[in-house]
Design a binder for this molecule. Structure first.
Ligand code: ZN
Length: 149
């Protein structure tokens, strides 16, 4: 179990050090800001939609290691997904961090499972879910910036 935790930690450090899809997108279909006042995480999420499908997704901004790694992993996971699939992944990821019981099969979450350990640190859950709430609102058509508070 310890080895798995170390591996997860390594993946988070790597995604924080060199976040994937970390760039502003000039030709985004939509963009939305998200803010977590508890920690000071601030990001802008960009999506390019091809009909119902996320053809490209990126983010910019600054935040702690957890929020940056989460946005990096999320953007990787969402590329090419339909609106419906994206919503499904959002719901299961949110459940992974906030359900009263830990996930029975963390492996089912693929790379996103590295963030499952965050559930043991309630004050950091909003860091991990900030980009997800922002994406949820963005796909929903919201225009107001998202705040976790
Ligand atoms: Zn944070």
């Amino acid at each position: 179990m310890m080895d798995l935790k170390d591996l997860y930690q390594e993946v988070i450090v790597d995604h924080n050090r060199s976040p994937r899809n970390f760039r502003a997108m000039a030709d985004a279909t939509r963009s939305l800001e998200g803010f977590n006042p508890l920690c000071g995480d601030r990001l802008t999420l960009y999506v390019k939609m091809d009909g119902e499908r996320v053809s490209d997704i990126s983010f910019s901004g600054s935040g702690c290691a957890i929020s940056t790694a989460s946005a990096s992993l999320m953007t990787d996971a969402m590329k090419g997904k339909s609106r419906e699939e994206a919503e499904k992944i959002f719901k299961s990821f949110h459940g992974m961090l906030t359900d009263s019981a830990p996930p029975a099969d963390p492996a089912a979450f693929g790379k996103l499972a590295v963030l499952a350990g965050v559930r043991e640190y309630p004050s950091r859950i909003k860091c991990a879910t900030l980009c997800w709430h922002t994406l949820h609102a963005l796909i929903d058509g919201a225009n107001a910036p998202v705040s976790t508070e």
